[in-house]
Design a protein around this ligand. Structure first.
Ligand code: BG6
Ligand code: MG
Length: 752
């Protein structure tokens, strides 16, 4: 629905208009809001309707109601009523505005014609009862008179009672701010007109006044901050202008007087008074006074020590002065790191460099020294002080392993940058500190120090770092890189890592995919595999446990000795050969029969169980250190070379023992006394072992310490290496003292 507010009536038929007017009358509770410049809402509660209106540039208004009638026909009484409400409001507004304007012009006219005496009189008589109004009038016109007394005006608003308490509360705060704002507006205009004495006249009143209020009535500090900031900005602008010495002096006095007060606070985001007036402080004596004032503040104003300190540093530099107070000197050195940061925040870069020349960052602890040096580097860059920048960058590189600083150093002085790398390389061995390694690798890569980079990567032996930094090395050091990758892939393949290892391998393969290294690595790996396995028939090993992997054979025998002794028999050493490799029950049967001990099946069970508990107690304490020599190396190398590995033990305790030795997950298959029904020399266990490895027996070598075990392996069709005496194990293809005497590769040669 579109209309123009001016002649709204003419757009609608009389009945519709009347109906709308009726509705306007009824509409008592409503909100007319203006969320955007040309956008209005009329929200009426009772009667309930909501109309949105858009004002176009040509003065026409489009109204949209949310009722169903409007949706149906695009017009409704609500929309029309809302337009009437909007029209009436804008008429009222216009009237008000013009009335206010008119009154103001009138007042101005009248007041302009008055002289000061008349003005005072006017204020005294007509505005006597209303102090805020009186103050406002004075604030507006006081600058017109010759010696305006702003102090009086301001203090009048916030009188002090007999207890020295200033009357500033929520009621008069607004007027105070208003008056100060008016005065500052005057000051701003006066400044523009270059009426400097008048400007400082106002500031001399408002600045101390505002500070006094802030100090004495701190709860309103926050509310007064806007005015105070404005005052300080005006003062700063004022001080930038050329002026008569008398005015300069006034500015100095003002800043010294106010700054010297107890409780004086600097305001964030402004230039402090003394610094604004600094350009005027030329006389030696005045400088000394100002310097001393700040020195005192450093010593006493703990809360703002850093801010005062930064001003003192500035003056030390520009005025070439030194603090006299020993305590202050000591303090400055203590707070130097914070001062550096403060000066940096103030963008006082010359001061940053100056303070760094006074206090050597290396004397502070590392976490403090680093930001100091960084600030120094930045300041040097911004001030174009290249030599200092380079010194800072060098220190940051060597002492703090700062890659960014090193980059800066490298850009301006590559030789020093490489020198820094060499120092770090010499100072931090690989893996000593992660940051050092990263610092070095990225630096070496960036500077093209390929040899050193390759050396470091080799020392680090970390495939992830290798992938990250190999780019620059690919063309010149392909073979060396390929060898490194081959070594990593090979090592990973021989680990028992499951998912993580697989992922790692996949990442490497992916990395090498589009790389010329890929073919080299592939060839290397193929060669390695051929070298070990393909030349031979042997693809798997089966290990007996007791007497091969761990020296528990003697515990078995001692356990038999002790129970037989309980049964009244002393068994002989030669019995060992009969019980070794045999199952528990079979061993007992043998001993009972040999020594003529008769007992029931039940008793046999119980004596066998007793033997087992003695045995278990005796191996209770075994740990990985009890592994027989060479076992672990053999298992690892066999795994790396790709052999399949199985356990083939008659013992029902085998798994528990492997767990104690921490090697239970090093086998592809495990067969023990629980998996067989027939004891060695029956070949059952080795036949099952080969099946589990999915290898024909002819490709499997068994390691056995028992003659019964050797026989079992032979009968299963495996090759056998005996561990122990060649006489006892005569049937084995070869005998050795232990796995430390042989390598997997060598076995493949023997059984090739
Ligand atoms: C063999 C031992 O490995 O295991 C035998 O050489 C022993 O001496 C057999 O009897 C059974 O062991 P366990 O632990 O089941 O009693
Ligand atoms: Mg054995």
């Amino acid at each position: 629905m579109k209309a123009t507010l001016k002649d709204l009536e003419s757009h609608f038929a009389p009945p519709a208009w009347e109906e709308a007017m009726e509705l306007v009358k009824e509409t008592n509770e409503y909100d007319l809001t203006q969320p955007q410049a040309n956008y209005f809402h009329v929200l009426s509660k009772n009667p309930d309707y909501h109309v949105e209106m858009m004002l176009a540039d040509d003065g026409s208004v489009t109204a949209k109601c949310h009722c169903s009638a409007f949706k149906r026909s695009g017009i409704c009484k609500h929309a029309l009523a809302a337009l009437i409400i909007l029209r009436d409001r804008s008429i009222r507004r216009r009237r008000n505005r013009s009335r206010l304007k008119h009154e103001k012009i009138l007042l101005d006219e009248v007041l302009k014609k008055l002289n000061v005496t008349e003005l005072r009189k006017f204020v005294a008589t007509h505005a006597h009862s209303h102090s805020a109004f009186r103050a406002e009038v004075l604030a507006n016109y006081l600058h017109r008179i010759r010696r305006p007394d702003y102090h009086h005006l301001l203090n009048d608003m916030t009188p002090m009672d007999k207890y020295g308490i200033i009357k500033l509360n929520r009621n008069n705060l607004k007027s105070v701010r208003n008056i100060v704002a008016i005065l500052h507006r005057q000051a701003q205009d006066l400044l523009k007109e270059n009426a400097l004495p008048q400007t400082i006249g106002i500031l001399e009143a408002t600045i101390p006044y505002l500070y006094r209020l802030s100090i004495k009535v701190p709860q309103f500090q926050h509310q007064l901050a806007t005015e105070l900031k404005h005052a300080l900005k005006l003062f700063e602008a004022f001080c930038r202008l050329p002026m008569a010495p008398r005015l300069q002096k006034a500015a100095i006095t003002l800043s010294m007087e106010v700054s010297g007060r107890d409780g004086f606070r600097m305001i964030k985001g402004t230039t402090t008074l003394l610094q604004s007036a600094e350009a005027f402080i030329l006389e030696k004596k005045v400088r000394r006074n100002a310097f001393q004032l700040v020195e005192e503040k450093v010593a006493t104003d703990t809360e703002q020590r850093i801010l005062w300190g930064s001003l003192l540093i500035r003056w030390m530099r520009v005025w070439e002065m030194k603090p006299r107070n020993k305590e202050v000197k000591r303090m400055l050195s203590g707070i130097a790191p914070e001062l550096v940061l403060e000066l940096q925040a103030q963008r006082a870069y010359a001061d940053v460099l100056y303070i760094l020349s006074l206090y050597d960052p290396s004397k502070y602890d590392a976490s403090t020294a680093r930001p100091m040096l960084q600030a120094g580097l930045r300041a040097a860059k911004l001030t174009g002080d290249e030599p200092t920048g380079l010194t800072m960058a060098y220190a940051l590189s060597v002492m703090h392993l700062d890659t960014e600083a090193w980059e800066t150093l490298f850009r301006s002085d590559p030789e020093s940058a490489v020198q820094a790398l060499k120092i770090v390389h010499a100072y931090y061995p690989p893996h000593d500190r992660k940051e050092a390694d990263h610092f070095l690798l990225s630096g070496l890569q960036r500077s093209g120090e390929k040899k050193l980079l390759l050396e470091r990567l080799n020392q680090l032996d970390d495939v992830e770092l290798l992938m990250q930094y190999d780019k620059t090395l690919v063309s010149d050091h392909t073979i060396a890189l390929a060898n490194m990758y081959t070594h990593h892939i090979h090592a990973l393949r021989s680990m028992y890592g499951g998912e993580t290892i697989r992922k790692k391998l996949a990442a490497i393969v992916y990395h090498l995919k589009d790389n010329e290294l890929h073919t080299h690595v592939k060839d290397n790996l193929e060669l390695m595999e051929k070298d070990v396995i393909t030349k031979s028939n042997i693809r798997g090993f089966i290990f007996d446990l007791d007497g091969v992997i761990v020296d528990t054979a003697k515990h078995h025998f001692q356990s038999w000795q002790s129970i037989m002794l309980e049964l009244g028999v002393e068994i002989s050493e030669e019995d060992d050969a009969h019980t070794r490799g045999a199952s528990r029950m079979e061993s007992l049967e043998y001993l009972l029969q040999k020594y003529g001990v008769v007992m029931s099946e039940k008793e046999k069970e119980s004596w066998a169980a007793k033997k087992n508990s003695i045995y278990l107690a005796s191996i209770e304490q075994i740990t990985p250190t009890d592994l027989l020599p060479g076992v672990l190396t053999f298992l690892e190398e066999a795994r790396k070379s790709g052999f399949k590995l199985a356990l083939g033990s008659a013992s029902k305790n085998a798994r528990a023992v492997l767990r104690k030795l921490e090697i239970e997950n090093r086998f592809d298959a495990m067969l023990d006394g629980n998996d067989t029904t027939r004891s060695k020399p029956d070949p059952e266990i080795f036949i099952k072992g080969c099946e589990a490895l999915k290898l024909p027996a002819s490709e499997v070598v068994v390691f056995e310490d028992a003659a019964k075990g050797v026989q079992a392996a032979i009968d299963a069709g495996c090759h056998v290496v005996g561990i122990g005496s060649p006489q006892v194990l005569a049937k084995a293809a070869m005998t050795i003292d232990g796995l430390h005497q042989i390598e997997p590769k060598r076995i493949t040669e023997v059984f090739a």
